[in-house]
Write a protein that binds this ligand. Structure first.
Ligand code: SF4
Length: 461
């Protein structure tokens, strides 16, 4: 807190220093994607410290136990490589924990050493350490490049590389890659597809894994997650809809290249327009009609937007977090006549600034959008000190700015360490849009109630 009180209001361009980055480690995303496969145990090929940190980051956000194994590197492995540790780990994991899949991701250390995971996995199979019908897959996820989002993208792409089968016989199914969203969003995407009568294969799928109900019995592998059989069939689907270019496009493109499955790469269906684009693409791809029930959900969202427009109009908003989330959020806010004036992400790649410019379509000419190592929370705070905002939207790391500057704060994205609800209530789809509006309005109106003069307190708002 003291650190933030010393944040200067004058922005000095920095070349090398990052202060409070707007991203985290690649392996966290690889772990999250692997947890969306049924009977899969994520495995961190590196030191115990990395694995503990990555598991705890997921546990703190989802408030659920997160199972993962580690190669437990010692000084010896750091010098001579981690092959013997991984061979022993593969044998022990299949013997003790009996997963169908071990999803290995690397860390900074094993990448720097240069361990060749496919070679080690092949050796494990040759030595009989991988039982028949079981799999070891991998993704390279050094944290000195990329972020948790690219880690998710890399592991999701690996699901295609390892499992999708080419087929002459096309099925009626449509693949949907949901991007890094909450388990509740994955459930909502499945509900929308079911409402439209479309048979989908959603992968990865963390619903019923990281939001599993309390039954009184601990399930080491919860009932959710996409199955290996379903992953195999993704190569025979009609098409793939990839939600979020940063998190989902690499897997969709790989599926197109490997199995000839057409891909449609969309922004995350957060807000009215992005949800319209998703529903319309699903409708056209599957050749179905949009049911009346879904049209009514859309109408309810429209109703809240029009009823409460006076509270949204002209409000300046600062956003930080993951690019796919930020692009859709910024577009939604601009559609509400709000002004997303600042946005930062530490996740590299995929033309973030151009995508933001496209969704804003010139409606917020004063917007400052930044991506990369110096697009951090320190810069965000400096911008806010230069010219304030009415609302903050982002992960928990914004709470210090919210407190220091007394600005209403809506938690959204990853990680949320200090509130619950995010994993249970979707923000995707039309109903998710209403949930977002409710949170935004609640934050703005609570602030108005707190700060307005006594004679201006409104009972009915
Ligand atoms: S930055 Fe690298 S070494 Fe540090 S926790 Fe992340 S993966 Fe491990």
């Amino acid at each position: 807190m003291a650190l933030l009180r010393h944040t200067t209001g004058t922005v000095t361009e920095r070349q090398a220093l990052t202060v409070n980055p707007a991203k985290t480690c690649q392996p966290i995303g690889a772990m999250y994607a692997a947890l969306g496969v049924h009977n899969c145990l994520p495995h961190s090929h590196g030191s115990q410290g990395c694995c503990s940190y990555h598991r705890s980051a997921l546990t703190r956000h989802y408030k659920e136990p997160v199972m993962a194994a580690t190669s437990s590197f010692t000084e010896g492995s750091s010098v001579f490589g981690g092959q013997s540790n991984l061979l022993a780990a593969i044998e022990n994991i299949f013997t003790l924990y009996a997963p169908d899949v071990i999803a290995v991701h690397t860390t900074c250390l094993s990448e720097t050493i240069g361990d060749d995971i496919p070679q080690i996995a092949a050796k494990a199979r040759e030595e009989g350490k991988v039982p028949a019908g079981k799999y070891v897959i991998h993704a390279n996820t050094p944290s000195y490049v990329g972020s948790h989002v690219t880690g998710f993208a890399n592991m999701t792409k690996s699901l295609v590389t390892y499992f999708s089968d080419w087929s002459e016989n096309r099925l009626r199914t449509v693949n949907i890659i949901p991007g890094w969203v909450e388990p509740a969003d994955m459930r909502e995407i499945k509900r929308l597809a079911a409402l439209m009568g479309v048979e989908i294969i959603l992968f990865p799928d963390t619903s019923d894994v990281l939001d599993a109900p309390q039954t009184g019995t601990h399930e080491f592998y919860p009932r959710g997650g996409v199955t290996i059989q379903a992953l195999r069939r993704t190569g025979a689907s009609q098409a793939t809809i990839a939600l979020g270019p940063t998190a989902s496009a690499p897997a969709a493109r790989e599926l197109e290249k490997k199995c000839g499955v057409d891909s449609h790469i969309l922004e995350l269906p957060i807000g009215l327009r992005a949800t319209d684009a998703f529903v319309d693409t699903l409708r056209r791809t599957a050749g179905v009609e949009v049911p009346a029930a879904l049209v009514e959900e859309r109408g309810r969202l429209m109703d809240v937007i029009t009823d409460m427009h006076q509270y949204f109009y002209g409000k300046r908003v600062a956003l930080w977090g993951d690019p796919d989330q930020l692009v859709s959020l910024a577009g939604f806010l601009a559609d509400l006549d709000m002004k997303p004036v600042y946005a930062v992400t530490g996740t590299p790649g995929r033309a973030f600034e151009e995508r933001m410019a496209k969704v804003l379509a010139g409606r917020v000419p004063e917007a400052k959008i930044r991506q990369g190592p110096q697009a951090d929370m320190f810069l965000m705070h400096q911008w806010i000190k230069e010219q304030g905002v009415d609302l903050l939207i982002g992960n928990t790391y914004g709470k210090y700015i919210a407190r220091d500057e007394n600005i209403p704060f809506v938690r959204h994205g990853f990680p949320i360490l200090d509130r619950v609800g995010h994993s249970y209530f979707p923000t995707t789809g039309y109903m998710g849009g209403i949930r977002l509006l409710e949170k935004i309005l609640g934050a703005l109106q609570d602030q108005q109630d707190r700060n307005c003069p006594e004679e201006a307190v409104e009972l009915v708002m």
